[in-house]
Design a protein around this ligand. Structure first.
Ligand code: HEC
Ligand code: HEC
Length: 207
């Protein structure tokens, strides 16, 4: 809850359209009762069959440049669907796909992927991981959590593929506007190549 409040400070009110609040309410309602959660997850699994070619059947991505969805915060997933559908986050394929998902589909899919297990990626050199871990605790953990599991609107970063983390951080750093304004632009601007490498090594090898 603290993280959600923190996030509200960063996002302009327009992103919190009634739609999104409606989806959060639906998510909370389904998550509160095991039988409802299980049913939603089952529907999500079926609906997510179009996602498997890229994000993997269980949300562990098939390609290093594509993000994992497994164990991702369900509210973060719902927020990103909204941003893709409204083209505030620019990706042609994802926008088309998100546009075709009903409110129920979105919540079911978000629940399904959030409950899958993320598999750690390839390991990195111990020194690099240690350096990245120190940096992470100092500069990133207050928003993404001590274990980088995210929560609410903050994404999980643990075990994301290295190439996706690197590309994404690079785009924030270069201030490429493919996603709405976020605290990440300033944060990434303060990272040199060495720090970026260390953070990527640490995060992609985290369990
Ligand atoms: C053809 C490949 C492809 C398919 C199919 C696909 N995606 Fe994606 N998806 C991507 C790529 C590439 C990105 C990264 C976009 C970017 O860099 O901004 C992405 C990003 C996302 C994100 C943002 C994740 C994050 O960490 O910010 C979500 C959520 C997502 N996809 C959900 C889905 C869902 C749900 C489906 C199925 C309905 C799906 N995708 C199908 C390629 C695909
Ligand atoms: C003030 C809070 C805050 C801090 C501190 C922060 N982040 Fe973020 N980060 C966010 C938010 C919010 C997002 C969600 C996407 C967006 O708004 O761009 C995000 C998104 C990301 C993403 C994209 C994830 C995805 O799945 O697409 C990466 C990678 C990332 N952060 C890495 C880091 C790293 C590395 C650090 C430390 C150097 C860090 N963040 C520090 C708030 C923060």
């Amino acid at each position: 809850m603290k993280a959600l409040f923190f996030c509200l400070l960063f996002f302009p009110a327009s992103l919190f359209a009634d739609d999104l609040n409606h989806l959060f309410t639906l998510l909370d309602r389904l998550s509160a009762k095991t039988s409802l959660t299980e049913m939603a997850i089952e529907k999500g699994r079926e609906r997510a069959s179009v996602c498997k070619y890229c994000h993997g059947k269980d949300g562990n991505s098939k390609r290093d440049y594509i993000p994992n969805l497994a164990a991702q915060s369900p509210k973060y997933l719902l927020h990103q669907f909204e941003l893709f559908a409204s083209k505030q986050r620019k990706d042609r394929i994802m926008s088309e796909l998100a546009d075709n998902l009903t409110a129920d589909d979105r919540v079911n899919i978000a629940l399904y992927f959030s409950r899958q297990q993320a598999k750690p990626r390839a390991d990195a050199k111990a020194e690099l991981k240690e350096e990245g871990g120190d940096l992470y605790m100092e500069r990133c953990s207050q928003c993404h959590g001590n274990k980088a599991y995210g929560g609410d609107l903050f994404p999980r970063l643990a075990s994301q593929p290295a190439a996706y983390l690197r590309d994404t951080l690079e785009r924030y750093r270069k201030n490429i506007k493919w996603r709405p304004q976020s605290p990440m632009q300033d944060i990434a601007a303060s990272l040199d190549d060495e720090k970026l490498d260390a953070l990527v090594a640490y995060l992609s090898s985290l369990r």
